[in-house]
Design a protein around this ligand. Structure first.
Ligand SMILES: Cc1cc2nc3c(=O)[nH]c(=O)nc-3n(C[C@H](O)[C@H](O)[C@H](O)COP(=O)(O)OP(=O)(O)OC[C@H]3O[C@@H](n4cnc5c(N)ncnc54)[C@H](O)[C@@H]3O)c2cc1C
Length: 274
């Protein structure tokens, strides 16, 4: 029988640290990480946390149809589900880092990152193979450079992409953070130029302003854009309509939406599929 492409991984918190005013890092560990598929870049996972007032993580264990079972459970009982990026996997140590952007209206996930303790449980739904459908960054043939643009929620993915890119790749990075101290060392062998941006009252969308002002790298760039949904759409529109970037050379993903929790986005997706 073919291996399932995705599986649940029952892990525990190894440590939780505050990286900077706007970021907390939770390191998860456990022997089940031996079977965890990780292709680097923007490798996404689903993170399951105990529902408010519960200590157990209630999620159906049939990985073939956990989704139906999870939807049937009462929202107050079932595990909270959120989408995150593996910032770094250290196979030898059986450890995986997840970096949480600490946003001004923290939901259950951002709250959890600030309050977890070593030993607390966490369950991931993740890939079982290194090349897997949880990776969004795929640079098409014919592109000669990379543009990475995103807000704080996308910084872990941008870091993962930079760590993965081949030596010498020309890369322009536009990274929005909430506080100047949220800047991170982004290790890479690529030829990357990073511009850090913080929103101001006059310019609440500095990514769009910066993109308008920046020359694109190379002559045929691949653009990877992630962050708040309406901002991501505006960035993509600018790239296609004003900069003439081939729409097939853009990967754009709304990582969150203003005034909507991920629960709301899930309910909308369920309603749209029905
Ligand atoms: C593929 C993918 C990968 C992601 N990777 C990461 C990651 O590695 N690190 C990370 O921090 N986030 C990441 N995100 C975004 C993360 O899933 C959302 O920010 C999520 O909504 C946070 O859950 P919460 O429980 O804290 O807030 P929710 O309960 O979902 O939302 C509560 C309120 O906070 C607002 N909100 C949610 N997120 C943000 C934000 N980032 N900034 C400002 N306001 C916000 C919502 O609009 C809502 O009003 C990723 C999303 C996707 C789709």
């Amino acid at each position: 029988m073919a291996a399932r492409p995705f599986a649940f991984f029952d892990l525990h918190v190894v440590r939780a640290t505050t990286l900077s005013p706007g970021f907390a890092r939770v390191t998860l560990g456990g022997p089940q990480l031996d079977g965890f598929g990780h292709g680097g870049r923007d490798q996404r996972i689903k993170l399951f946390l105990p529902a408010a007032g519960h200590s157990a993580i209630a999620v159906p264990r049939d990985a073939d149809d956990w989704w139906t079972g999870w939807q049937r459970m009462h929202p107050a009982e079932r595990a909270v589900m959120r989408t995150y990026t593996i910032r770094e996997l250290r196979r030898a140590e059986r450890e995986a880092d997840i970096d949480f952007a600490l946003h001004p209206h923290p939901g259950p996930a951002a709250d959890w990152a600030l309050t977890v303790r070593p030993g607390d449980p966490a369950t991931l739904l993740g890939a079982t193979q290194d090349e897997n459908a949880g990776i969004g960054f795929h640079r098409p043939d014919g592109t000669d450079s990379v543009l990475l643009a995103g807000d704080a929620s996308a910084l872990p993915a941008i870091a993962g992409i930079l760590a993965w890119l081949p030596a010498g790749t020309p890369v322009t990075v536009l990274a929005e953070i909430t506080h100047p101290d949220d800047r991170q060392d982004l290790a890479t062998r690529a030829d990357a130029r990073t511009t850090w941006l913080t929103p101001t009252a006059d310019d609440p969308q500095p990514l769009l302003t910066a993109l308008r002002a920046h020359p694109l790298p190379g002559t045929s760039p691949y653009a990877w854009v992630a962050g708040e949904a309406s901002c991501v759409r505006a960035l993509r529109r600018h790239l296609v309509t004003e900069r003439g970037v081939d729409r097939r050379h853009i990967t754009f993903t709304g990582y969150w939406r203003r005034h909507a929790s991920e629960d709301t986005l899930i309910q909308e997706a369920i309603a749209a599929a029905a």
